[in-house]
Design a protein around this ligand. Structure first.
Ligand code: SF4
Length: 192
C-alpha cells in the first residue's frame, strides 16, 4: 500500500493560492474579508501561526484580508482552542453579533475535536459542539499555508451558501445603501 507523500509548499504554491484567494475575495466580498479571531482556550501555538499571516512573508493584507476586533465588522470567525466552558457564552455572543453571511472556521486539532484537552468538565471538546462550523483546519498547530488554504475553502463555502440561498439580507449598519449580502446577490444575478 502506497504511503501519502508529504510535500513542503513552495513560494510558487503560496503565490498561486494567494492569487486564488485575492480573486475570490474581490468577487464575493467586495475586495476585503474581515476576520474576527477568538481564542477559546488555546495553548497559543495556533495564535503564533495565525500571527505569521500578517508578517511580510505571507502579508495577507495584500490579498484583502484584515483582522478586526469588532464582530460587527467581521465576515469570518476564526476560532482556536477546544472551547472552554468559560468561553462558550462569549463565543456565542460574538457569533450572534456578526452580520450575515457569517463564516466559521475552526483552527487546530483542539477546535476540531478538543485535541489534547478533549471534552471535559472544563472544555466543550470542539467548536462544532457550540457553533455551526464551515471549515476545520487540522494541525497542532496548522501551518500558515494550511491556514491560507482553509480560508480559501471557507470562501468556497460562502459561494455554496449564496447559491443555495442561505445568505440572508441584513440591515445596512453603515448607511451605504448596499449590504454585503445584497452585493453578493447582485453578483449571483449578474449585476455589475
Ligand atoms: S491545536 Fe495544538 S497548537 Fe493549537 S491550541 Fe490545540 S494544542 Fe495548542
Amino acid at each position: 500500500m502506497s504511503q501519502p507523500v508529504l510535500t513542503v509548499p513552495t513560494d510558487r504554491d503560496l503565490d498561486q493560492m494567494g492569487e486564488q484567494l485575492r480573486v475570490a475575495i474581490q468577487r464575493l466580498f467586495r475586495r476585503s474579508l474581515h476576520v474576527r479571531h477568538v481564542d477559546a482556550g488555546s495553548c497559543n501555538a495556533c495564535e503564533s501561526e495565525i500571527k505569521q499571516l500578517t508578517s511580510p512573508y505571507y502579508d495577507l493584507h495584500r490579498l484583502g484580508i484584515f483582522f478586526t476586533t469588532s464582530p460587527r465588522h467581521a465576515d469570518l470567525l476564526l476560532v482556536t482552542g477546544p472551547v472552554t466552558r468559560a468561553m462558550e457564552a462569549p463565543l456565542r455572543r460574538t457569533y450572534e453579533a456578526m452580520p450575515d453571511p457569517r463564516l466559521v472556521v475552526g483552527v487546530g486539532a483542539c477546535a476540531c475535536d478538543g485535541g489534547i484537552f478533549g471534552p471535559s468538565c472544563l472544555t466543550r471538546g470542539g467548536l462544532a459542539r457550540v457553533l455551526p462550523v464551515d471549515v476545520f483546519i487540522p494541525g497542532c498547530p496548522p501551518t500558515p499555508f494550511a491556514l491560507i488554504h482553509g480560508l480559501l475553502l471557507a470562501i468556497g463555502r460562502a459561494e455554496q451558501k449564496l447559491h443555495r440561498g442561505h445568505m440572508l439580507p441584513t440591515a445596512d449598519s453603515e448607511g451605504t445603501g448596499t449590504t454585503r449580502p445584497q452585493a453578493l446577490r447582485g453578483i449571483a444575478g449578474g449585476e455589475q
